[in-house]
Design a protein around this ligand. Sequence first.
Ligand SMILES: NC(=O)c1ccc[n+]([C@@H]2O[C@H](COP(=O)([O-])OP(=O)(O)OC[C@H]3O[C@@H](n4cnc5c(N)ncnc54)[C@H](OP(=O)(O)O)[C@@H]3O)[C@@H](O)[C@H]2O)c1
Length: 278
Amino acid sequence: MKQITFNNGNQMPMLGLGTFRVSDGETLVQSVKHAIEVGYRSIDTAMIYDNESSVGQGIKEGLASTGLQREDLFITSKLWLTDYGKENVEKAYLTTLEKLQLDYLDLYLMHWPGTDEALFIETWQALEKLYEAGKIKNIGVSNFTEAQLEALLKVAKVKPVINQVEYHPVLTQQSLKAYLKNQDIVMESWSPLMNGEILKNDTIIDIANKYKKSPAQIIIRWNIDTDVVVIPKSVTASRIEENIEVFDFELTKEDIEVINALNEERRIGPDPTEFDGK
Ligand SMILES: NC(=O)c1ccc[n+]([C@@H]2O[C@H](COP(=O)([O-])OP(=O)(O)OC[C@H]3O[C@@H](n4cnc5c(N)ncnc54)[C@H](OP(=O)(O)O)[C@@H]3O)[C@@H](O)[C@H]2O)c1
């Protein structure tokens, strides 16, 4: 599995499994287990998805059936806005670990900046303490704009390793992307397939036909070829397999540019400068 290196020297797989909009249950347990069996080494969840217990069970079953060790996997979860504030962070982290049946996370993210700058800074400082105590391998943010990161970086002792943001061909966030590259912060995409919408785009279908790949594989490869960590979600065994079969080809520079040109700066999710979790 292709890896990307963080500003602290640690590494993360370029491809992982997303788990949003799937509640706890056997479907998710089997999906996570299947993903590990077919080669996924990174799983993305969050407290607010209300599925950490099943993700944890899937990890346990996947490790048992493959003989892999915990250290072979890279597990991400996210702190929700209602758990921000220095008195709440460690408790929320421990609850997440308990649900996942893990004793550490590889990556813990502040899920959204929220609208209270002082609060996200205080929360980050609490995460820094957990990181410095060796309780979390890496800490990062999600849905931060350039301005919100600037505010955080002014006071941060530990730089975020990653910013997980909405990114797909109609929202390529070129300015944020250049800023993150300059700051040595990895970009990670959420809703890379636009929940399926972008798979019906004629340009993507034409490129897929040319490479004899599926539209989803083209989008996933475009993420990897543009240095963006990608976590497509699926609970369908055949799609989980399809989405990882992207390491036997690369897109040409010209085709990357054709996909980049689909950009409309159009979001399907909330505006990070306004979203307060409600
Ligand atoms: N940080 C944040 O604020 C944030 C926000 C949103 C998402 N995320 C993370 O990012 C992950 C991915 O985003 P997402 O779940 O919103 O959407 P997504 O990955 O863009 O799309 C998932 C949808 O695409 C379908 N799909 C997957 N592979 C396919 C394939 N090969 N062919 C056709 N359809 C396919 C899935 O269907 P089936 O499952 O039915 O197969 C599902 O309906 C999430 O799961 C979550 O972990 C983070």
